[in-house]
Design a protein around this ligand. Structure first.
Ligand code: GLN
Length: 486
């Protein structure tokens, strides 16, 4: 089945002429039609555009002029990226009916690489959440257990890869939204260094934290996806000019003598015993492959969540001010005057979690409180950055659990705080702007995937990919697939 293949396996089929991009696109569209009513990963499927793109890729292979490893590959993108002529909702009612006039840089780069875009994937509203339950449209299901969440906010992107509803996908990670759903759904998720990938055309949540990255069926695919999207973009002044290495080329170098740091602050009360056992076993596997482990300390970890849940809402309250019923999407009817129109539109268009964050953020930034909350959170952020800097003087990569537990049930985390706690191992990485990767590291007794998080030095995604590749090669987790009968 073409939909069971990785990106690199599919590319090989195209190359030798065993399959065409059109066959692959059709296979994925058929599978989406059969299974997505169960998984609910897609908000919008762009079948006609996908088939048109696939036909163009067919022609390139026929004439011997394919563009590279993503040519003709069917991919999906989170509905947070602007797509020219295609509805972009960000999981929110307030953007209902919004059709962007341009592509986000990352989407443009995938299209330029010849990729075929199957559609837009479900997400928590404005990327705020850890379960997709905050989507204004519907909740995506975890392919391993349909009564559980896929994680969030990029839940659709993660579920689509695990359910073989796309060969690979793009998501965003502001405080864990790539790594946590990758762990819950059992695939590889990579949050690059802040600045590695352009944010142009990405609907902003918290601009100093947001970063785009791939979900993939294996580590090589993640490397190929990152290669396609990484690098400076003149349209995003925060995108770095640091050269992009050849990620696939460095993958097989192994982990001999690699210095692996293990932070005690990530093995805490509340960490599920099965997750801890899997992560400790993974550390032993890395040792067996020649890595040298060392304990490191990241003493300000416990303040990460508090700092994140001030900084992210503060930035979101400012970014979301633009949704006022004037320029985009929804405008509530029946208003008496302009202010009333703003109030009605925002009241009707935003969901409860978004409203909570806008209010929290506005409060934290207001005169008199700014220094006590926002200012203090920024100083904590600096301390967390310094913790990592110090640790990385002694080690090349830091290994932790991606999440405190495996996927939880839909409706299980009703109060916001228990949902926020799920991000405890993810947010420090965003606050420090570092790259982080989640790779499958086993299953619970109930058959749910467990993720291992690798954290790297700034702009050293290559070491994360190489470490994950060595681990993946030494284990068999990738062979297991969720059972999803149509
Ligand atoms: N779950 C976190 C939040 O709700 C992270 C979201 C994200 O990374 N976009 O803010």
């Amino acid at each position: 089945m073409l939909t069971g293949l990785t990106v690199h396996e599919l590319a090989e089929r195209f190359k030798v002429g065993d399959a065409t991009p059109t066959q692959a696109a059709r296979a994925y569209l058929d599978r989406i039609a059969a299974l997505d009513p169960k998984v609910k990963a897609y908000l919008t499927v762009t079948g006609d555009a996908a088939l048109a793109g696939a036909a163009e890729a067919d022609a390139r292979f026929k004439s011997g002029t394919p563009r590279g490893p993503l040519d003709g590959i069917p991919l999906g993108v989170k509905d947070v990226f602007c797509t020219r002529g295609v509805r972009t909702t960000c999981g929110s009612k307030i953007l209902d009916g919004f059709v962007p006039p341009y592509d986000a840089t990352v989407v443009a780069r995938l299209v330029q690489a010849g990729a075929v875009i199957l559609g837009k994937l479900n997400m928590d509203e404005f990327a705020m959440g850890s379960s997709t339950e905050n989507s204004a449209y519907f909740t995506t299901r975890n392919p391993w257990d349909l009564s559980r969440v896929p994680g969030g906010s990029s839940g659709g992107s993660a579920a689509a890869v695990s359910a073989d509803l796309a060969a690979a996908t793009l998501g965003t990670d502001t405080g864990g939204s790539i790594r946590q759903p990758a762990a819950f759904c059992g695939n590889v998720g990579l949050k690059p260094t802040y600045g590695r990938v352009s944010r142009f055309g990405l609907v902003a949540f918290a601009s100093s934290l947001d970063q785009v990255g791939p979900f993939a069926k294996d580590v090589l695919d993640a490397a190929l996806m990152l290669q396609a999207i990484a690098g400076h973009d003149p349209l995003d002044s925060t995108s770095a000019t640091i050269p992009v290495p050849d990620y696939a080329a460095g993958l097989s170098r192994g982990v001999q003598s690699l210095r692996v740091g293990i932070p005690s602050e990530y093995f805490i009360e509340g960490l599920d015993a099965e997750v801890e056992a899997a992560v400790r076993a993974a550390i032993e596997t890395l040792k067996g492959l020649g890595a040298k482990t060392e304990s490191v300390s990241l003493p300000h970890t416990e303040y990460g969540l508090a700092a994140y849940y001030l900084i992210a809402p503060a930035e979101c309250s400012s970014n979301l001010a633009r949704y006022d019923g004037v320029k985009y999407g929804l405008r509530a009817p029946g208003a008496r005057d302009l202010l009333d129109m703003y109030n009605r539109t925002r009241g009707a268009g935003f969901g409860a979690e978004v409203k909570r964050r806008v209010m929290l953020g506005t409060y934290a930034l207001s005169a008199g409180y700014h220094e006590a909350y926002y200012g203090k959170a920024q100083r904590v952020r600096t301390l967390i950055q310094r913790d990592f800097q110090k640790a990385f003087e002694r080690v090349d990569v830091i290994v932790t659990p991606t999440t405190p537990s495996a996927a939880f049930r839909m409706g299980e985390k009703e109060d916001p705080l228990s949902m926020y706690l799920n991000d405890v191992f993810a947010v420090p990485v965003n606050l420090a702007g570092l790259p982080g990767l989640s790779v499958p590291a086993g299953f619970t007794k109930a058959g749910l995937p467990i993720g291992l998080q690798l954290i790297g030095k700034a702009f050293d995604e290559a070491t994360l990919l190489r470490t994950a590749k060595a681990y993946e090669t030494a284990t068999t987790w990738r062979e297991r697939k969720p059972e999803l009968a149509a």
